[in-house]
Design a protein around this ligand. Sequence first.
Ligand SMILES: CC(C)C[C@H](NC(=O)[C@@H](N)Cc1ccccc1)C(=O)O
Length: 732
Amino acid sequence: MADHEDPKTGKKNKGTSKEVCGYPLSIFFIVVNEFCERFSYYGMRAVLVLYFKYFLRWDDDLATSIYHTFVALCYLTPILGAIVADSWLGKFKTIIYLSIVYAIGQVAMAVSAIHDITDTDRDGTPNNMTFHVVLSMVGLFLIALGTGGIKPCVAAFGGDQFGDHQERQRRTFFSVFYLCINGGSLLSTIITPILRAQNCGIYSKQKCYSLAFGVPAALMVVALVVFIVGSGMYYKAKPEGNIMGDVCKCIGFAISNRYKHRSKQYPSREHWMDWAEDKYDKLLIAQIKMVLKVLFLYIPLPMFWTLFDQKGSRWTLQATTMDGNFGAIVIQPDQMQTVNPILILTLVPIMDSVIYPLIKKCGLNFTPLKRMTVGMFLAALAFVCAAVVQIEIDKTLPVFPSNFQSQLKLLNMGNHPVTAGLPGYGQVTLQAAQASEEYFTFEEDQISISVSGPEMKRNISLIKGQRQTLLIPLTISDEWQLTADLTTKPEEGNNAIRFVNGMNKPVNVSTSEVVFGQIEKFHYSNYSQIRNGRATFFLQSGQLSCAFSRDFGFGSSYTFFIPSTLSLGSNCQESITGAEDIKPNSVHMALQVPQYFFITAGEVMFSVTGLEFSYSQAPSNMKAVLQAGWLLTVAIGNFIVLIVAEVAKLPKQWTEYVLFASLLLCVCIIFSIMAYFYTYIDPTEIEAKFRRNVGDDDDDKNDKQRKLEMEMMKRDLDRSDDEHYKGKQTKM
Ligand SMILES: CC(C)C[C@H](NC(=O)[C@@H](N)Cc1ccccc1)C(=O)O
């Protein structure tokens, strides 16, 4: 039997697997597994909302709530996976079984997105939507169970591969692990939207969601195979029975025993958990103390994730009000999110090889808890940057009417100039086919407008809180029309475009992608969304057929007017005029880079460190449980986003950013105080001391001596130093 194998079990001992450059070879399989798994998870997530909206045909509200519930579930299930791993199956088997569940879930999603399965009339839309909804919900549930369940196990299992002599390598492993997470997620968030945009199908070609889910499913199978291939090389710590059950019973006993002995006649004990000593093993009590100490420290942490997870929601919404034209490339608002993994891939190596060593060289002891505090501070700073950007954006946003106001624009549909008298604004002259530059604001419910050339006078009813355009007709006998205009910026950085037909006959308008439909004479079309860039519009009315092109930025709204003078042979490019109802976004998306930089630098300091900290401070039999505790802070953070957004309905977005920054700053101060009183421990050392003591039980030591030793150990546990971080007593 090889000397790196346990003589009793024949299994590998910790830190004794084949090494490459001082690293156990087994971790190669673990990091590749993580890369593929994260590709699978983030790739599927990237197209999920669109799948809900355009395939299942759900409305925006339902799509976003199911999406957030799914994400929250993914961070709640780690606790299940961790309990199963630490108490029953062990991490290796848990990862294998839950990965199979996960892969089945991904395959279910891919199958649920094949429209041909229920498209009996072959019109391109599924005929039995229930089948697709049920299958996709089952798929998502299995994925949440799988991804969440294996998450705490994979990180802890990776940490397990290192021996006590490989402390430095283990820390590097957690950085590489984080790089793999972000490498996988970056690639998939770029690739799966491209796959989705393809057309596929047997009977009819539709957007290819099945491929966008199928590739992540395949990657999950690859992740599983890679993990199994490494099987012979892993150190597999054995689960120690129903540890979570024992922990709960032990805590329960300590509390009830303390209560029973509440009278002053009983001497107090150093720690409330010491009241369990009457019944429970001292080692178990020591391990529970370690876990509770860390979990207590985690209480303020969800606030970090509350800010962090707003990248995907609030910040993406902010980007929709910005200009994403970077010259050679145009960035869509949701693509800004890829800045995070890109920065992670650059910042992690820089931090590890330049910044941290430099800080060490300066003689500063930059302990994990200090790093996490700085990480929180940087995240708060990111939100201050977001607030500053928001203030800049607000300056460029249109002023929409309040609930006590209404706004009106005028559009002269005639061939001659007209002068309109508006209460409070005097005389406004409009050339033929011209619209007023701005909206006029009124507080009245009704106004009287007199127009000269031809003479007309009308009473106009206005709607509070609304914007309207008054179409001034060609002749007195024609109808006066009021359009309902937008009172919000168009979504997702698109441009809202509509047409007013000033001709005496209907006209059809379309682009290669959008059909405005037939617009009756003197009527207007609905708004249609046009993406940024150049768009060409085709007009067709009887014999008349022409086209004109316009360049669009982001978030604008235009009303294009088709004049009555347009006829066969007319040049549409020159004849069609456009009124700018909402100006395009003018604040550049590049201004979001500083906030992304600070939040990502914060993430590197907070999350990468926290991952390793959760491993290093956990007792050997509760490594996965503490990883799950760490991930639980992410789940709670996500819930806080929902609650705060609902409760604190602030009038201005920038004030909400400042509120979040201030909350995190307060939490950061509280955390730094808590961290100051935290003393790092070496769980292996403490556990070894307790075990040694149990082994020595047979020796004929007198009771007094043993009691003294136990006392010293207990004190050790409460005050122990972390030699890896300083060598002397290290706080914070
Ligand atoms: C929240 C998780 C505990 C940490 C980790 N996430 C990340 O590393 C993100 N930077 C990944 C990402 C990718 C694309 C867009 C936004 C974020 C994880 O997933 O394990």
